[in-house]
Design a protein around this ligand. Sequence first.
Ligand SMILES: Cc1cc2nc3c(=O)[nH]c(=O)nc-3n(C[C@H](O)[C@H](O)[C@H](O)COP(=O)(O)O)c2cc1C
Length: 171
Amino acid sequence: MNNVIECIVTRRSVREFTEQAISYDDMMQMMEAALFAPSGMNLQTWHFSGVTNKALIKSLAAAIGREIRRADYDFYQPAALIIPSNIPSNPLGKDDNACAIENIMIAAHALGIGSVWINQLQGISFVPEIRSILSEMQVPTENEVYGIVALGYAKQKNIPAPERKGQYVIL
Ligand SMILES: Cc1cc2nc3c(=O)[nH]c(=O)nc-3n(C[C@H](O)[C@H](O)[C@H](O)COP(=O)(O)O)c2cc1C
């Protein structure tokens, strides 16, 4: 199988991470992969905050937990987060960010780093308590956050793939 396609099909969502930190160089490579995602009309109105400060990550998780009433909410205790955001006035911003997230997750897997999409910030990124932590993470004030990525080294190797149920046809 082609190496890139193998990387795509062997990526799994990782929800248990070791304590190992992610290097600055690896964070940069994942950010670069994000920047090279396609974007509608090539507007590139996105912004990416990479966060390796565990105290900041915990404070964001706690604020989200209070908002969604899940006291134990912790993003699966990752080593890092990447928070894509976009201007709400770009009607394709959410789609663009989704493309960037997939690039980040594939790049992470290529670097031996596990990742999982985190959806709990959707719709609550302007809640004041949450926004003040996002501002500490240098997410631009006007930007909305949709999905984000939790990253770290997987505790379990070779996580089995959930069954693929999608259908396709080739004509
Ligand atoms: C839009 C979207 C939202 C998701 N939200 C979450 C989430 O909040 N928490 C989580 O653990 N996984 C989340 N996932 C990951 C999916 O559960 C996962 O991709 C799916 O179970 C297939 O597993 P795989 O990624 O290992 O192939 C999300 C995935 C997508 C595409």
